[in-house]
Design a protein around this ligand. Structure first.
Ligand SMILES: Nc1ncnc2c1ncn2[C@@H]1O[C@H](COP(=O)(O)OP(=O)(O)O)[C@@H](O)[C@H]1O
Ligand SMILES: [Mg+2]
Length: 343
């Protein structure tokens, strides 16, 4: 008989809580299989899942644990018509995820094989894609009632910001957000997309969990600025994707330093070296680094990202290098759950 004592292994490893919004909002602490993700067992049905005891052999416990973890987990599926899905994430907001995602998508599209690139903005509450890509039109529906991505600057784009009034706040609870994400991901006609770049919201929450659990991802690119508080959150991002068995494709250091246009001095506004340290610690590659550059910000705000507005600038060159490094990583370590890289 299983003992009645209850142990919840690794609910918070390294302080990481990956919980569904509904549970968080209800302050629910007794959690169920639904929120269990690989490596995070949070089923609480009165089973002792620690070291063997009371006659339970390690093997039996392991099998029981695996069965419990699988129960209630959504299954991963491919996004119809998409080759590789790359998510751009970071634990923190304002570190340049959207800026990186948009420019990286454009840089990928300009690489030698000219892959067809899509850009999905999965930030339901704070979509940046419409502004950064200069889009204001709403998507049309095809004959299957799938949304046609809006073509802009050569990319197939989709965002919650194209579906709601840009001035209105989206005030939704978790299940509605998940429904919206599912529509953006699977309710869009992405056919012919070689690489789909997915910009994500800050944190390690519902959206990331849902993407990792329901979509075959080629991997995640983690963006961080060099200071401690951002790195701590980036580390959690790495940890979360690892737990979800999503490969980390590399790190991008953003806002590395500021080159004064008048005197030429480089000021390390957010410190230096932190991203390299994180990369070594986690055994991942640094794909590249972007300086703090007013042009990068202005270009994003104007709807014509820097890669196109200043293609000859050093920052655009670095973005192309990041894209090339990312493609090389995709080619050399194809995810077992993604389509083969064919361009
Ligand atoms: N390297 C950079 N240099 C200057 N401004 C930047 C840089 N990276 C991002 N920004 C600006 O910082 C703000 C936040 O960036 P954003 O990409 O929206 O971050 P996130 O998506 O992580 O919240 C935006 O106004 C953006 O234009
Ligand atoms: Mg953003």
């Amino acid at each position: 008989m299983p003992p009645s004592s209850l142990l919840l292994p690794c609910l918070a490893t390294r302080g990481l809580m990956v919980t569904r919004g509904l549970m968080a909002t209800k302050g629910l602490m007794a959690t169920r299989g639904l929120m269990a993700s690989r490596g995070l067992l949070v089923e609480a049905r009165g089973f002792h899942l620690g070291p063997s005891c009371c006659g339970w052999k390690d093997e039996e416990l392991k099998k029981r644990q695996t069965d419990l973890m699988k129960r209630g987990l959504p299954t991963r599926r491919r996004i119809e018509g998409v080759g590789q899905v790359v998510v751009v994430a970071s634990g923190k907001g304002g570190v340049g995820k959207s800026t990186t995602a948009v420019n990286l998508a454009l840089a990928l599209a300009s690489t030698k094989g000219k892959p067809k690139v899509g850009l999905l903005d999965a930030d339901i509450f704070g979509p940046s894609l419409p502004t950064m890509m200069g889009i204001s039109e709403q998507p049309l529906l095809d004959s299957r009632d799938k949304m046609l991505p809006v073509e802009s600057l050569g990319l197939a784009c989709m965002s919650m910001g194209l579906l709601v009034d840009p001035k209105a706040a989206v005030v939704w609870r978790g299940p509605m957000v998940m429904g919206a994400l599912d529509k953006l991901v699977h309710g869009t006609a992405w056919e012919g997309t070689d690489i789909l770049v997915v910009d994500t919201p800050p944190g390690t929450g519902d959206i990331h969990l849902s993407l990792a659990q329901t979509v075959h991802l080629a991997g995640a690119v983690i963006v961080s600025t060099p200071q401690k508080v951002a790195l701590a959150d980036a580390r959690k991002g790495v940890d979360m994707f690892r737990k979800m068995e999503v490969p980390i494709l590399g790190l991008v250091e953003n806002m590395s330093g500021f080159l004064c246009p008048s005197c030429g001095t480089v000021t390390r506004v957010f410190g230096e070296g932190g991203v390299e340290e994180l990369a070594v610690e986690e055994g991942v590659e640094v794909l590249g680094g972007l300086p703090l550059d007013p042009q990068l910000m202005a270009a994003s705000d104007s709807g014509r990202p820097l890669l196109l507005s200043h293609p000859g600038s050093p920052v655009a060159a670095e973005l192309r290098r990041i894209a090339a490094n990312l493609l090389a990583t995709l080619h050399s370590t194809p995810s077992p759950t993604s389509n083969p890289v064919s361009w």
